[in-house]
Write a protein that binds this ligand. Structure first.
Ligand code: SF4
Ligand code: SF4
Length: 188
């Protein structure tokens, strides 16, 4: 009995936390599925977007945070524009990604979460993505050093991949944006 009420309290706390971080009222969603029907990446997800929001409504922290869907979401906002209840599901997915990363709940989306971190770090350092560096780091850190090496070689020969990262003019501004986002996240 005690465990049940503890689980209910934890679930309610999780719902409150997600609502605060995403700025969305979860009770507005009535599970019509329009978000999923329009999502261009639903075919590759383990959970459909409307299922992710349902798990949050039910207060199931582990299931809502540790899945591939939150990492595969590209924040295209198609779901948000289609929602008849004005739920910004893209913002919700964003909040779940932040929470999943902070809590280390990235087991099911580990490869995509790792790519996400390496990609953002490359943009933070150079002002733009350095594709070769990102690919190499991802391969090494995911234990597949030679993955897509033939493809990379062909792109290098044709000059479509650069050996060295190029730094853009506004790199300092980009770095400032990253610092500001980090400050905001730490303050939440
Ligand atoms: S479209 Fe909106 S109301 Fe419908 S399931 Fe998706 S989030 Fe919920
Ligand atoms: S924002 Fe994410 S969940 Fe929504 S339609 Fe785009 S990819 Fe799908």
């Amino acid at each position: 009995m005690l465990n049940l009420s503890r689980a209910a309290a934890d679930g309610a706390h999780f719902v409150e936390e997600v609502e605060k971080r995403s700025g969305q009222r979860l009770t507005h969603c009535y599970q019509c599925g329009k978000c999923t029907a329009g999502c261009p990446l639903a075919f590759s997800m383990d959970l459909m977007p409307h299922q992710v929001i349902r798990l949050v409504q039910l207060g199931l922290r582990e299931e809502a945070l540790d899945n591939k869907a939150v990492w595969l979401c590209s924040t295209c906002a198609t779901c948000s524009t289609r929602c008849p209840k004005n739920v910004d599901l893209a913002a919700l997915m964003d909040a779940l990604r932040i929470m999943a990363r902070r809590e280390g709940r990235t087991r099911k989306g580990a490869s995509t979460a790792l790519f996400n971190r390496i990609f953002l770090d490359s943009v933070r350092r150079h002002g733009r993505a350095h594709e070769l560096g990102i690919g190499l780091q991802h391969n090494l850190r995911s234990g597949k050093p030679f993955k897509d090496s033939d493809l990379a070689r062909g792109l290098l020969v044709r000059g479509r991949l650069k050996f060295r990262p190029s730094r853009i003019k506004g790199a300092a501004e980009v770095a400032r944006i990253f610092a500001e986002v980090k400050r905001m996240e730490d303050g939440q």
